[in-house]
Ligand binder design. Structure first.
Ligand code: NDP
Length: 445
């Protein structure tokens, strides 16, 4: 049995049942055969055995009192996966589906994503099975305060700097930062995604969605093409989806669909983003409301149809993991879709990814395509350390440069290893090489 197969069998045994983690780890490991098989240094140093094991994983109780006076208990997680190239960095997810497997898959992906940004940040991820949906601001605050009352001892500006993710936006970061500050009595850059005016960076909110569009634009430019006139189908209607839609439409694309967990809207003339922002970011309502306001659009319940059945030129899955499956990939390719860019983390199943790549659809994996968010979080850390605030344009320009750099990096790696246009392979190899070198340089740790 070769080195990679041996590692896969180790995780299948040790982490049996951690479906999402196994999926993410196998995808990366499979891409690395080409590099690890040529060089026995990795095996001798037990590098992959170390890479697949988090440096630390903390699981904790989060008790809080709801508005009716009843005590509730949730489970909190922080997986500090790899600090070879910098302090752990990665978001916190609050969603009822959160478990150790999901946090480990996200933390593992984060190692390579953070490496690709070119910034000195390691990989980590955390969260809770708490569901902010339907909770009052007061309940969300009590939960966040309790969550950080345990987590604060494990994080710090030079140790681990969490950010937002699904269910964690500006409101939640604010409540957690306030409590952290009380506990340590220091105003320091321990969380990113903070409010403008108390340490946050301009353009952080927009960064993941904008970055996704920048990397695809760079690819399109390399084909002498652009977003102008392209029909773009997007899933999700949260942070990533909204700002990907905003940037793509500013470049001339027509956004024809968006989703939430209940269903999707289709508007052939282009979705009105002001209405979406009002419904999802301000009123925190369901997407079905959109069709009540815009009669030209059609709302379809999630159980009655798939957003990926709508013909489009570019598809941007920006909601959650495993939301674009093999049948969806077949439908997209058959309908003429030429580019799929993952705004979410692992939204495409392994077989769907292989199908898209095998059928000449340019496929941009999340670890490259959505890296703009964490890259801008790292820019927020720089501003906090220097006690400076950069302008929106300055941060946006740096983000654009970073996304261009990532495109060139993964494009070149794919070419160097004999698979031009395979950006999954390119991203995994380019991300891995930097982390592996740092781990080898630092000895057996
Ligand atoms: P938000 O919470 O802002 O939005 C999530 C969106 O996805 C909502 O529209 C939500 O619908 C939908 N959604 C969530 N879970 C499901 C589900 N199980 N099935 C169907 N739809 C679902 O999150 P973000 O936009 O921040 O994150 C979206 C994705 O992007 C995640 O995979 C995240 O890890 C990834 N990402 C985010 C970054 C960031 O900077 N925010 C950075 C890099 C990656 P509803 O409104 O019904 O809940």
């Amino acid at each position: 049995m070769g080195y990679i197969d041996n590692i896969i069998s180790i995780i299948e045994k040790k982490d049996a049942g951690q479906v999402e983690f196994l999926q993410a780890a196998k995808e990366v490991l499979d891409s690395l055969r080409i590099i690890v098989d040529q060089d026995s240094t990795y095996e001798k140093a037990g590098l992959l055995e170390r890479l697949i094991e988090p440096e630390r994983a903390v699981v904790f109780r989060v008790p809080w009192v709801d508005d009716s006076g009843k005590t509730q208990v949730n489970r909190g997680f922080r997986v500090q996966f790899n600090s070879a190239i910098g302090p752990y960095k990665g978001g916190l997810r609050f969603h009822p589906s959160v478990n150790l497997s999901i946090i480990k898959f996200l933390g593992f992906e984060q190692i390579f994503k953070n490496s690709l940004t070119g910034m000195p940040i390691g990989g980590g991820k955390g969260g809770s099975d708490f569901d902010p949906k339907g909770k009052s601001d007061n309940e969300v605050m009590h939960f966040c305060q309790s969550f950080i009352t345990e987590l604060y001892r494990h994080i710090g500006p030079d140790t681990d700097v969490p950010a937002g993710d699904i269910g964690v936006g500006g409101r939640e970061i604010g409540f957690m930062y306030g409590q952290y500050k009380r506990l340590v009595n220091k105003f320091e850059g321990v969380l990113t995604g903070k409010g403008i005016g108390w340490g946050g960076s301009l353009a952080r909110t927009e960064a993941t969605g904008y970055g996704l569009v920048y990397i695809i634009d760079e690819y399109l430019k390399s084909k002498k093409d652009g977003f102008k006139g392209k029909k773009v189908a997007i899933s999700g209607s949260g942070n990533v989806a909204i700002f990907a839609a905003e940037k793509a439409s500013s470049l001339g694309a027509v956004i024809i669909s968006m989703t939430d967990s209940n269903g999707f809207i289709y508007d052939k003339d282009g979705i009105n983003l002001d209405t979406i922002k009002e419904i999802k970011l301000i009123k925190r309502e369901r997407l079905s409301k959109y069709a009540e306001v815009h009669k030209s659009s059609v709302y379809t319940d999630a159980e009655k149809g798939r957003v990926w059945d709508i013909p489009c030129d570019i598809a941007l899955p920006c909601a959650t993991q495993n939301e674009l499956l093999l049948d969806d990939a077949k439908k997209l390719a058959a309908n003429g879709c030429r580019v799929v860019g993952e705004g979410a983390n692992m939204p495409t199943s392994l077989d769907a990814t292989e199908y898209l790549i095998g059928n000449s659809v340019a496929f941009f994996p999340g670890k490259a395509a959505n890296a703009g968010g964490v890259a801008t979080s790292a820019l927020e850390m720089c501003q906090n350390s220097a006690r400076l605030s950069w302008s929106f344009e300055e941060v946006d320009q740096k983000l654009k440069n970073i996304m261009t750099g990532i495109f060139n990096n993964i494009d070149n790696a794919a070419k160097e290893y004999g698979k031009p246009g395979n950006f999954v392979l390119g991203a995994n190899i380019a991300g891995f090489k930097k982390v592996a070198k740092a781990m080898l340089d630092q000895g057996v740790i």
